[in-house]
Design a protein around this ligand. Sequence first.
Ligand code: NAG
Ligand code: NAG
Length: 464
Amino acid sequence: MMKLWMVTSLELAELFVSAMVHLLYAFYIFSTAVAGDISKNVNDYLFKSNVDVNDYDQSQSNVEGLPPIVLVHGIFGFGKGRLGGLSYFAGAEKKDERVLVPDLGSLTSIYDRARELFYYLKGGRVDFGEEHSEACGHSRFGRDYRKGQYPEWDEDHPIHFVGHSAGAQVIRVLQQMLADKAFEGFDETNENWVLSVTSLSGAFNGTTRTYLDGMRTEDGIGMKPISLLQLCRIGVIMYDWLDISWLKTYYSFGFDHFNMSWKKTGLRGLVDCLVGNTGPFATGDWVLPDLTIQGSTSLNSNLQTFPNTYYFSYATKRTRRIMGMTIPSGVLGIHPMLFLRVFQMSQWRFPQDVSPPYKGYRDEEWQENDGAMNTISMTHPRLPVEHPSRFIRSDSECQTLQPGIWYYKIVEADHITFIVNRERAGVQFDLIYDSIFQRCRKHVFRKIPQTLPNQSPRAPRSPR
Ligand SMILES: *[C@@H]1O[C@H](CO)[C@@H](O)[C@H](O)[C@H]1NC(C)=O
Ligand SMILES: CC(=O)N[C@H]1CO[C@H](CO)[C@@H](O)[C@@H]1O
């Protein structure tokens, strides 16, 4: 009895600390964004600068023919235009002339993000697909992107993608959808619409952090009754139900297609969402279930690594092994929001009474981490089958890249080193993004000539 009481109060204390740390960080980001906006407006008003306008014109005229590099955000992420002038990729998008930063919703499922991303680029009204939307209880159609950011997108005008965290998995799901011709009215899509995929701390094999935050270890879909994710769930439902328009323009969880606003569902709808009858958390159509080891395995079972696409990944870690123990590799280098999680993940053990997420699972392999993802999960897709990969020590080793292989590098950094705050990463920030953009622009090209219709190595319309 005494022991149970001790455990419970420890758990509650942990929950309280975690909740405070994350709330504080969210508040910090939000107020930074607001302060940045205010100071920008004051500046514009005082100096009436037109620098931005010139920049814009130039980037419009010089870039015809240059394939765009699309930066895909991760969990709690946001695209250009959200949170005022704040940049999820900490301004990396300014390093190249043609970079796009879509907003795909911060807690939406990987599937929904991939659908959104397609229409953002190609144009048209987002179609989540009849079957999926019925199964998940949301509207079939979403936002209308009209012309799209890159309407000429096709096999001969392919795109480079760079994804952070869950964003990397979104790109893989999108590429599979293109290969499967999964967009009604676009029969000509195929995997070669994607020229390269770069993953920064990518969520390929799931993460044990989802269990620490409150996902159930048994199935990887449900949530524990008392957990950080439950608090988050209630907050998100309230936020979407209250539907305060200026706030939602500023930051959105991306659940508009679930119709959770009071204007559409009334008080009844709120109760239905809260008790878990409707909404994304009821049907599991949000991002956390996709990030558990079980969820990733089931996503991965339909995802291929394609022979003509270039793949590169940066796996991050902030732990080291000493005498058989895994511990955080420092104190100051790790973001305060992540420190506790780095420690907890490095000590993580899958509960004995629950069957492990896959055959051959070993706790030790999953202990190296960056505070949000396990390092083992970020190098290349491994579950349920391992995809071709090659470990890279320095960038000079990958001047001549082969498509169809995941080249990966391990970087000493935490999960948010390369996003939001550029100063934190210091010189590493420039090194990493410069090498990503340079690789896209200088080292990665289609080897197969596109203009030999009779000798095409692919049978373009072959039945699958
Ligand atoms: C949400 O609302 C829109 C229009 O307001 C409606 O067309 C759509 O069917 C609704 N979706 C759901 C899942 O209730
Ligand atoms: C079951 C499975 O394939 N799991 C993968 C995830 O990562 C581990 C660690 O290497 C691999 O062994 C597995 O391939």
